[in-house]
Design a protein around this ligand. Structure first.
Ligand code: F6P
Length: 498
């Protein structure tokens, strides 16, 4: 199978046709984000007015508002195979699409990124597969992203590489452009060395990451896991979260620093929408459409096996079976946005979830009431905030999650301090949202008890908990996250230069 891109020759994207905003010339961008996906995905014309749709996932949710306030360039794949697009302007960003052939989508994206790294880094909830052809393509594609960044960057520019799909980019980029300041942020967990040990190419991955001047992780534990792996598998000298990195001939090259930077959300945007009369009216409408039940419960996830959707459905189904929750009084809305649909584990999960929803609804629905409204769609942020406002109880039951921004968005939307959050202790968000009703999703009885508690929580207690969680989230938005990361990266460079 070919590992070179079989992409077609460059054609301009529709969004280029804005003469007022010419795209930055190669070699002139001072601030660059590099991620697997661009913030917008190319979709067939019939699916959107302009042929573009917002990309899925937490990474774009977090970085789009950061980039909106900084003029910068964003390098990433535009979500369609075998298509080469010219750079174009979007918002106030220059977008540089990186082409991927259909083979590369299969081997680099669906294969190594999402069937090897994703399950391995999420504590092997699913079994990771290790294939040499996938690894070969991962290297080829990571080189292409590094070359794109090297060509876009101005002298001494800052380049911020994102997430597990691009772990080799820092090293490749440093080799091409030693003048750059290189940051890397890992949005998902970093596993313990005992699990990371399974990776056949563990040394190469650690060396790839250590090309960065600053490595950011979600939790202190992820940072510690990475540093322990660097020590154990590379024999690297590690002191006070700083790794001494040597070049291929064993001479000192640079210091790479690893720190936790828990990511957050665009608090102002969510708060603004939560006060918008149209959004408030839509929330009311949602409750009416459900028959105005006493309690609306909500789950919002990418349809991913790490999110614990089946555990949540099992617990909720048993509460209905026990008669503790009645279909006339409560409705659960489960938004499960489509994700990685060609990967086998995701196809299986969809069958499992839809089978469970069908069984529970078949058993408990009445002509008037439906136990679970299952929505296999993605929604714009306005509709998401309306759902947050409509929900008395938010259920986040992930088995493992780097952060979970949905939990933070729910809290940001609840301006009147009402509402209860049931939150898995295996999410990064649990570090910050300590006043949530924390659960272990594997403990179904414990989960049932927490759901019941959330449904019946006295107003004074839910309000006290929500107020405390809101204090945390309002003081730590995504702008602060990016400023913390980028100022640490800038300080780091100053110290090394001195
Ligand atoms: O943060 C996890 C992440 O994999 C992001 O890198 C990505 O943007 C998002 O989830 C959605 O995944 P995908 O790009 O595979 O649809």
């Amino acid at each position: 199978m070919s590992q070179e891109s079989s992409a077609k020759p460059a054609k301009p994207a529709k969004a280029t046709a804005d003469p007022a905003h010419p795209v930055a010339q190669p070699g002139s961008s001072d601030f660059i984000v590099v991620s697997n996906r661009l913030p917008v995905d190319r979709v067939p014309q019939e699916e959107s007015d302009d042929g573009w749709r917002r990309s899925p996932g937490g990474l774009v949710t977090a970085l789009a508002p950061v980039m909106a306030t900084r003029e910068g360039a964003w390098i990433g794949w535009h979500g369609a195979a075998d298509e080469t697009l010219a750079p174009f302007h979007h918002g106030n960003m220059d977008l540089f699409p990186v082409p991927l052939s259909a083979d590369e989508v299969e081997l680099y994206y669906e294969g190594f990124s999402n069937s090897t790294l994703w399950p391995l880094y999420h504590d092997v909830i699913a079994t990771p597969e290790f294939h040499r052809t996938w690894w070969d393509t991962y290297q080829v594609v990571n080189k292409r992203f590094a070359e794109a960044a090297a060509s876009a960057a101005a002298p001494n520019a800052t380049v911020w590489v994102q997430d597990y799909q691009l772990q080799l980019v820092p090293q490749y980029l440093r080799a091409l452009r030693p003048d750059l300041r290189i940051g890397f942020f890992n949005h998902i967990p970093f596993p313990s060395p005992e699990i990371f040990a399974q990776m056949p190419w563990r040394k190469a991955i650690l060396e790839g990451l250590l090309g960065a001047d600053l490595l950011g992780f979600q939790r202190p534990n992820d940072t510690a896991n990475f540093l322990r792996s660097a020590r154990r598998f590379l024999g690297a000298g590690v002191k006070a979260r700083q790794v001494h990195v040597n070049d291929a001939s064993g001479h000192f090259s640079h210091i790479s620093r690893a720190e936790p930077f828990p990511i957050s959300i665009d608090v102002a945007q969510i708060q603004q929408l939560a006060k918008n009369p149209d959004v408030i009216a839509r929330a009311k409408q949602i409750r009416e459409d459900l028959g105005n039940p006493t309690t609306v419960l909500l789950g919002v996830d990418r349809l991913d096996y790490t999110k614990g959707i089946t555990h949540r459905l099992k617990a909720y189904g048993e509460l209905l079976d026990d008669g503790t929750v009645q279909v006339e009084d409560a409705a659960l809305i489960q938004v499960a946005s489509p994700s990685r649909e060609r990967v086998e584990t995701y196809k299986q999960l969809r069958e499992d979830v839809e089978g469970m929803v069908g069984r529970i609804n078949g058993q408990h629905d009445t002509i008037q009431n439906t136990a679970i409204r299952y929505l296999h769609h993605s929604y714009p942020v306005e509709e998401m905030v309306a759902l947050y406002l409509a929900a008395d109880v938010m259920l986040v039951t992930a088995l493992r999650d780097g952060m979970n921004l949905v939990a933070k968005e729910y809290v940001a939307a609840r301006g009147d301090n009402s509402g209860a959050l049931v939150l898995s202790e295996f999410t990064g968000a649990a570090d910050q949202l300590k006043q949530a009703l924390l659960i272990n999703p594997h403990d179904i009885d414990g989960l049932k008890a927490a759901i019941l508690r959330a449904v019946t929580l006295p107003k004074a207690e839910s309000s006290r908990r929500m107020r405390s969680m809101r204090r945390q989230i309002l003081a730590h938005d995504v702008q602060r996250w990016s400023e913390d990361f980028l100022s640490t990266l800038a300080q780091k460079a100053v110290r090394d230069d001195s």
